[in-house]
Design a protein around this ligand. Structure first.
Ligand SMILES: NC(=O)c1ccc[n+]([C@@H]2O[C@H](COP(=O)([O-])OP(=O)(O)OC[C@H]3O[C@@H](n4cnc5c(N)ncnc54)[C@H](OP(=O)(O)O)[C@@H]3O)[C@@H](O)[C@H]2O)c1
Length: 295
């Protein structure tokens, strides 16, 4: 980690699911970057930030001055926030300040099926920001991943203690994607030319029901894991119980209603198009993360 480099790439959300894989990916290729973080504490846990070419700078999406500071001298910026009620405003502020700072290219982490008219609030705000970036005149690349395989880690405790995980999706298939593939695509787009004006739909190589995921987990973990389908109301209560704010809990219920209609079941090839490799399978994910699902 260094205080200052000649980095021309800015990574936001660097301590999140995708960001931590993205900084690791860039570090493994020796590509310098600036990472914007909210807090300078406990950064030793982030492998990518220990790279000598990583300049770590403090910044908060709710503090425009800190964004201006983070954007100084940047040519390409990776934009990611979590999906909160503030996300649209935070991302809009970032895009406007990036344009002012003469950033050339924004790589935005969006979501599968982003659409301004979607009944899913997350898909609407992502589409609003995609449009704002297009109108800004900066080059853009939109990464639209499907549901993350690593989302299953949110059920780590119930999988370990009860051999169960939950969702409101019925028997619908979904082409879930590994966050390491999303990070590899982001890394490639940020460090090589030819991705301007592109939208990459990022899915895994197959579409699975949650019951099929449970079977695959059972086979690898050597014990029976069950998927329990619950009602949207029960899903919301569970999310509120584990601490999600109301807006996010309702958004996740909307997400699952859209998945249940089979609207996220198609397999797309954005990973192959962007990096030339096939996307990681769910079997591969389960084998890699097996130890995390056992006591
Ligand atoms: N989960 C899915 O299955 C899925 C599927 C498709 C698309 N997506 C999209 O993926 C995105 C979330 O990605 P993720 O899972 O990697 O996110 P995440 O793990 O929740 O990480 C969010 C990152 O944003 C940072 N952050 C939050 N508020 C901030 C603020 N005010 N100022 C500066 N940084 C701030 C966090 O920093 P701290 O460490 O300081 O909190 C963290 O680094 C969302 O846009 C969502 O719509 C998710």
């Amino acid at each position: 980690m260094s205080q200052s480099t000649s980095a021309s790439i800015l990574i936001t959300g660097a301590t999140g699911n995708i960001g931590k894989e993205l900084t690791k990916h860039l570090a493994s290729k020796g590509i310098p970057f600036r990472a914007m973080v909210r807090s300078m504490d406990n950064l030793q846990d982030f492998e990518g930030l220990n790279f000598s070419g990583a300049e770590v700078i403090s910044g908060d999406f709710n503090n425009p001055e800190s964004l201006q500071n983070a954007l100084k001298g940047i040519e390409k910026a990776f934009l990611l926030t979590n999906s909160s009620e503030q996300a649209e405003q935070q991302q809009a502020t970032f895009v406007n300040l990036a344009a002012d700072a003469r950033v050339k290219h924004i790589v935005k982490l969006s979501q599968w099926a982003a659409d301004i008219n979607s009944p899913v609030r997350f898909l609407r705000y992502h589409a609003v920001i995609e449009n704002l970036i297009k109108e800004s005149g900066m080059a853009y690349t939109f990464l639209r991943p499907n549901l993350f395989m690593q989302g299953l880690l949110g059920f780590r405790e119930t999988i370990i203690k009860q051999n169960q995980f939950f969702g409101a999706i019925g028997n619908a298939k979904i082409s879930i994607v590994d966050t390491r593939d999303i990070a590899a695509v982001a890394g490639e787009v940020l460090s090589s030319p030819g991705h301007e004006g592109k939208i990459y739909n990022l899915t895994g190589p197959e579409s699975l029901t949650h019951h099929e995921m449970a079977e695959k987990l059972s086979a690898t973990l050597g014990r029976k894991i069950e998927f329990i389908d619950i009602t949207p109301k029960a899903l919301k209560q569970t999310l509120l119980h584990v601490g999600f704010p109301e807006w996010q809990a309702e958004g996740l219920v909307e997400d699952y209603a859209h998945y249940k209609l089979g609207e996220a079941s198609e397999v797309k090839f954005g990973v192959r198009e962007a990096i030339g490799n096939e996307a990681k399978s769910f079997d591969y994910f389960v084998k890699d993360y097996a130890s995390m699902f056992s006591a």
